[in-house]
Design a protein around this ligand. Sequence first.
Ligand code: FES
Ligand code: FES
Length: 161
Amino acid sequence: MQPVTMTVNGETRTAEAEGRTLLVDWLRDGLGLTGTHVGCDTSQCGACIVHVDGAPVKACTAFAAEFDGSEITTIEGLANPDGTLHAVQDAFRQYHGLQCGFCTPGMVMSAVALLKETPKPTEAQVRHALEGNICRCTGYHNIVKAVLAASGQAVTPVAAA
Ligand code: FES
Ligand code: FES
């Protein structure tokens, strides 16, 4: 075991890691940040996506020790300083971009990364950016709608149930 230190959601955090400790386990078990989910552990579902130095990374297939000194943002770090939701989180809420919510942290982190690079994406660009994220509830339609809405583009309102 060795101490690994990263800046996580703006704070310097240290936790022990073995050479084989995955970044997602370091975050969840080492720091108690359980908002980052593990859906497959084989780099397929995207539930574990966090930002490393600003870029989205599947934390289930990366060793924590490799990221010593890095800057990490997890879903817990997205809300605004006043506690209000990040625009993408708020759009997921408004446009029903989640059902069970298991995929949501990864979806949101992928969407935030997309909008940073492409502030007004087309629907095709949103679908392309989310192709590494799987929703087992198959709620893709509203997820795409939420991301477009978060970018400030007009989308059809969700019909009342
Ligand atoms: S848990 Fe990492 S991609 Fe599925
Ligand atoms: S909302 Fe259930 S997995 Fe996506």
